[in-house]
Design a protein around this ligand. Structure first.
Ligand code: CO8
Length: 258
């Protein structure tokens, strides 16, 4: 049997997707991105899943888009096929939180994939970069847009224009990653964070994710209005009553909408 390029596992209410092209350092091609997209949408639709983790191997989360596929591509073909947005945007349709658990290299499209996730948790061996410039190209799946939003213009320019890699400590200082843990702990840490998220009220989680994402899409006044409307809407859920009554009664909340 041919082993899948994306492995699926469920632990509790957490769906785990492992990129599995170890010999190519998880270089991303259509097979990987199609399988990842299908799995993400299935987990998103599954009532037994509350949060999703994407991970790679210890050596590489993903070392970029597959250069062997791209090397023969010409401009007209890239334009006509809209290379690579066909299956790269699927993750943006996922409404449950997605955590990237990054060990080793997250380069080029691999760094871009991590940045499409809602939270990045890094192992202390993680290396982030947008080295496309060395190949005579530039980032093509959000690197020139999401990286400056995450780390600011100067550091983004530095990484994109010199191709240098940033280690986990620098990535945490710059705000790209939320936590750094020993490499062997990174998946467990991500699953624990996902388990906490999956124990919360799902409507609150989904609206909170949507609201934070609005911060990157809208002017402040519009974002604040969206936040206020979503905030008010949550007072219609049983989970708001349960969460607040549980606090007053000094007991853990048990949410019904998960
Ligand atoms: N594509 C294809 N194969 C790769 C890639 C890649 N991106 N990265 C590594 N590999 C392969 C190597 O060719 C090698 O294969 P083989 O054993 O058959 O020779 C195997 O993985 C192991 O790699 P190395 O021997 O090079 O391992 P090292 O530990 O010596 O080096 C590095 C690790 C530093 C990560 C090195 O492999 C490297 O520099 N890789 C390329 C990194 C890179 O340039 N990434 C950016 C690619 S361009 C990109 O992502 C554009 C994104 C555009 C948007 C998304 C579109 C899909």
């Amino acid at each position: 049997m041919i082993e899948s390029v994306v492995l699926r596992e469920v632990r509790g209410r957490v769906g785990i997707l492992t990129l599995n092209r170890p010999k190519a350092l998880n270089a991303l091609n259509d097979d990987v991105m199609d399988a990842l997209g299908v799995a993400l949408l299935e987990f998103d639709a599954d009532n037994d899943i509350g949060a999703i983790v994407i991970t790679g191997s210890e050596k590489a989360f993903a070392a970029g888009a597959d250069i062997t596929v791209m090397k023969d591509l010409n401009y007209v073909e890239a334009l006509r096929s809209d290379f690579i947005t066909r299956n790269w945007e699927t993750i943006r349709r996922v409404r449950k939180p997605v955590i990237a658990a990054v060990s080793g290299y997250a380069l080029g499209g691999g760094c871009e994939l991590a940045m499409m996730c809602d939270i990045i948790i890094a192992g202390d061996n993680a290396r982030f970069g947008q080295p496309e410039i060395k190949l005579g190209i530039m980032p093509g799946a959000g690197g020139s847009q999401r990286l400056p939003r995450a780390v600011g213009k100067s550091k983004a320019m530095d990484l994109v224009l010199t191709a240098r890699m940033m280690d986990a400590a620098e990535a945490e200082r710059a705000g790209l990653v939320s936590r750094v843990v020993p490499a062997e702990r990174v998946l467990d840490e991500a699953i624990e964070a996902a388990t906490v998220i999956a124990s919360m009220s799902l409507p609150a989680v989904m609206l909170a994710k949507e609201a934070v994402n609005r911060a990157y899409e809208t002017p402040l006044a519009e974002g604040l209005l969206f936040e206020r409307r979503a905030f008010h809407a949550l007072f219609s859920t049983e989970d708001q009553k349960e969460g607040m009554v549980a606090f007053v009664e000094k007991r853990p909340a048990t949410f019904v909408h998960r």
